[in-house]
Design a protein around this ligand. Sequence first.
Ligand code: NAP
Length: 183
Amino acid sequence: MSNQERSRARYKRLVVPGRFQPPHNGHLHVIEYALQHADEVIVVIGSAQDSHSFKNPLTAGERWELLEKLLREKFGQDYCRRIKIVPVPDINMNKVWVQYLKLLLPEFDGVVSRNPLVAMLFEDMGYVVLQQPLINREHCSGTEIRKKIIKGEEWTQCVPSIIVDDLKKLRFEERIKRLMEDG
Ligand code: NAP
């Protein structure tokens, strides 16, 4: 099947893995894109074991709550009829990561991701890999948001306004700055 045919097909269930550090509009677009191609979408909160590090400042539980709020706002109260959020800790063996996901998740047809490692691992296992279009990368990127915080630049416009107060309550900005200072 060509890329074009793959992206026109309809699937039962697709996986959307991400770190969501923090969740932003780019992530919402990935999930929306996945919903256009599948009846059900499993949002995997990856690196669920990690928190309080510069790359992964938020805990899986914090990310889950922020994502839930965003999904409820964007897709409605009954969003969970089509979207499930599952935190998944990383494992040390990339080669068996997709098998590990098969163990933890209900059956899926493929993945939506632009991450080259994720795409490679799913492809190697014979799964469908769909790549969402890129949305406003300059603002919609966890890495950019964390960089802006370190540089003391305005970052709140990069996340959906509904979670700005929650991130402030979690002292997200202070956490990033302290993690950076600690090394
Ligand atoms: P991420 O940075 O949160 O990104 C999640 C998805 O959103 C990616 O496809 C990303 O594409 C996309 N995205 C972000 N901003 C976007 C924008 N503005 N427009 C369109 N798409 C946008 O998370 P990730 O690092 O890809 O997450 C993968 C997770 O899987 C990690 O937790 C990783 O540790 C885990 N994993 C684990 C193993 C293992 O345990 N062995 C192996 C593989 C992966 P981009 O890539 O282009 O940003």
